[in-house]
Write a protein that binds this ligand. Structure first.
Ligand code: SF4
Length: 292
């Protein structure tokens, strides 16, 4: 819980506030854009929640915040924020909330599937918070856990212990050292089961990979995201730790796949037709090549 003595001066007067421990991960601004805004290198509250829906979204941001940087001056019904996760995105795909500081607030997702289709899949690791763990258990647990890359693994080992799930990760991001059960070795795609394809996308890190579900949902880790500013798909040049040229090649590889959703660890989610996604992906590749 945030400390009122560390309350940032830019917060508008009122109950909700952000304190100086904010790491500027953007989660609150995505979840409650009518309440939180960017003030440079941190978020602040620019508009106090004015109705039940806005209060609920502000409480969801409070719960999702990786650093506990959002607080309230008077006690709130925090259950409203806790119970909102896992949050439905589309069909059987959910956002887990409860982001982890160790992965800089990266977003993780849950795919809900019956056992006959291979069971539930956790994509990257949320914080191992008891409220979320109980909720996931009630939703059927976790059969597989896909880890896009080494930065967003957070509490993967605790989830594997709790649910006995099989973890999938590429060898080039230290999968063996992490005790991963299913280690991807090559540069080629891996058909995980009927509906899941793992696609190695080196660039952000050497062993980065993305996950395609049902040719609709592309879980992109830190490889690809939507840019709200430029209103198109983008990659993150300043945090490309391995190779920008390799990331461009990986982006070109994705032209071979259809998808309608981009669900990243960092950056914004986007939904569009597969045809429009392709246009945005080509635009992204051109933008990347201009920044070699
Ligand atoms: S979710 Fe928390 S850490 Fe992230 S920008 Fe908001 S206040 Fe800062």
């Amino acid at each position: 819980m945030a400390n009122v003595e560390k309350r940032l001066s830019g917060n508008v007067a009122g109950d909700f506030f952000v304190d100086s421990t904010c790491i500027d991960c953007d989660a609150c601004r995505q979840l409650a854009p009518e309440v939180f805004t960017d003030s440079g290198d941190a978020s602040i509250v620019f508009h106090q929640p004015a109705n039940i829906a806005e209060t609920r979204r502000a409480l969801m941001a409070l719960v999702a915040c990786p650093t506990g940087s959002i607080g309230t001056l008077v006690p709130q019904n925090f259950r409203a924020g806790i119970d909102a996760f896992a949050m439905p995105i589309d069909e059987n795909v959910y956002f887990c909330g409860f982001t982890s500081e160790s992965s800089f607030g990266a977003w993780s997702y849950l795919i809900l599937r019956p056992e006959s289709e291979g069971g539930n899949v956790l994509v990257d690791s949320p914080r191992f918070a008891s409220q979320l763990v109980k909720k996931i258990a009630a939703m059927g647990g976790v059969r597989k856990m896909f880890l896009s890359h080494q930065d967003d693994i957070a509490d993967h080992a605790r989830f594997a212990d709790k649910f006995g799930c099989e973890r999938i990760m590429h060898a080039d991001d230290g999968a063996k050292r992490l005790g991963i059960e299913w280690i991807m070795e090559a540069a080629d795609e891996v058909q995980i089961d009927r509906d899941l394809v793992a696609i190695p996308t080196p660039g952000h890190t050497r062993g980065h990979a993305v996950l395609l579900y049902k040719k609709r949902f592309l879980f992109t880790g830190d490889h690809l995201a939507w840019s709200a500013e430029r209103e198109t798909l983008t990659a993150f040049r300043s945090v490309c730790w391995y190779s920008w040229d390799a990331q461009i090649q990986s982006m070109e590889k994705l032209l071979n796949y259809n998808f309608e959703w981009v669900l990243p660890g960092h950056g914004r989610i986007h939904h569009d037709t597969s045809e429009n996604m392709r246009v945005h992906l080509e635009r992204c590749i051109g933008w990347m090549k201009a920044r070699r």
